[in-house]
Write a protein that binds this ligand. Structure first.
Ligand code: ZN
Ligand code: ZN
Length: 143
């Protein structure tokens, strides 16, 4: 995880969009949901949660909004030039959570996965650390 008040920087592949996040991260997970698979073209995506006020952006990502699993909509933010995935937000009232793509960090080793979520959708060929707690869908947590 990125510790309290610690900074981490990242951005897309072409560099048109850069960001700084300030810790602490709320969670770090491997997400195997169908939407993550389609959006990234991989078996799962590695994500970490922060609040909106912990993210500073330079550049304007493109957005794609689809229906979420738990009601409301989910918006995926990505670079319109290189297609690099950056983060995901929801529209539920009071929603402050931003779900960052860990691979967009300049140093992805600043976070390490703590759980695997949406295992019900995981392809059989994907592999996960056997030590990590696994959840069929969303991991229950306090906001
Ligand atoms: Zn880009
Ligand atoms: Zn997902």
């Amino acid at each position: 995880m990125i510790g309290e008040s610690k900074k981490a920087v990242g951005g897309c592949l072409c560099g048109a969009i850069r960001y700084t996040v300030t810790g602490p991260t709320i969670f770090v997970s491997q997400c195997c949901c169908k939407d993550c698979q389609k959006a990234t073209g991989t078996g799962h995506t590695t994500i970490f949660g922060i609040r909106k006020d912990q993210l500073e952006m330079a550049g304007t990502p493109k957005r794609f909004t689809s229906e979420g699993d738990t009601g409301g909509t989910v918006t995926r933010h990505f670079c319109g030039t290189c297609g690099g995935r950056l983060f995901t937000t929801g529209d539920l009232p009071g929603e402050q959570l931003v779900i960052m793509q860990a691979g967009s960090l300049d140093d992805p080793n600043q976070v390490s996965p703590e759980s695997v979520i949406y295992t019900k959708d995981a392809p059989v060929w994907d592999f996960f650390d056997p030590e990590l707690p696994k959840f069929e869908a969303m991991q229950p947590r306090e906001r």
